[in-house]
Design a protein around this ligand. Sequence first.
Ligand code: ZN
Ligand code: ZN
Length: 267
Amino acid sequence: MIDLMDLHTHTAACGHAYNTLYEMARSASEKGLPLFGSSDHAPAMPGSCHKYYFTNFRVIPRTLYGMPLLMGAELNITDFDGQVDLPQEILKKMDYAIASIHIQCIPKGTEADYTRAYVKAMENPLIHIIGHPDDSRLPADYDTLAAAAKENHTLLEINNSSLTPGSIRVGAADNYARLLERCVHYGTAVILGSDAHVEADAGNHRYAVKLLEELAFPLELVANTSLERAASFIPNLAARLDEPLLRARIQARQDAESEISSGEAER
Ligand SMILES: [Zn+2]
Ligand SMILES: [Zn+2]
C-alpha cells in the first residue's frame, strides 16, 4: 500500500519522547513521507506540555525540510462523558486532534464506561481521530465504536506502537482483528499512526500494514492511502490539498512504490 502520512507522533516536549519537532520532521522527510503531523500529549498526561504549547503553533512553519507539516495534539479523554483536556477554543486553532484514553488519565471503569467515553469524544466535531482503541486493559465494545465512528465521521486509529512486540498495551492484534471486522461491516475508515516517541519510528507503520494485509482489509477504508480521503475527515488538511510541494511528494512516493513493485515482478 502507498502510505502518505503519519499524524500520530510525539516530541521531547511531552516529557517521555526523545527528539525535537525538527528532528522528527527531518527523519520523516528523509524517509520520503509526503505529510507529517506532530501530536504531542495534552496537559493531563503527567509531565507533558502546558496548554500554552498548543496555543503557540502559529510560530511553526507548516513546511519543514521540504515536507508539509500539520500541528495537532493527542488529547486525553478524562471522563466517561468524553471530556478532553484542552478547551474547544484551543482545539479550533490547531490543525487536527487525536483523542485517546490513557489508563493514568481516566478513572477505572467498565467496558460500557470506556465505550461511552469514546463515543462521546467522537461526537466532538473538533476531534478527528480516536487513538489506539486497542487495549484490553481499557475494554470497549467494538461494534458500537465502529458504528459511532462511521456516524460521526471520525477515523479510528490502527496504532503501530500497540502492535510492536513488547508494547505495554494488551491484546492489540486480537482487538484490532475484531474492530476491523466491524469497520468493514459499517464501512468505517481507519488511519495508521506510528505513535513514534523517537525519530527512527517517524512514519513507521510496519506492524499496522502487516495486520491490514493479513486481514485483507480494504485499502479504500484507509485514510493514509489518499490525501482526499484523509482531508474529508480533517478540514485543515483539505485547505492544503493543492499545495504543489504536497503533490510532488505524493508523486515521488507513488513512483518509488511502482519501482519497487516492478522490481519485484522482474525477480
Ligand atoms: Zn506517549
Ligand atoms: Zn496515546
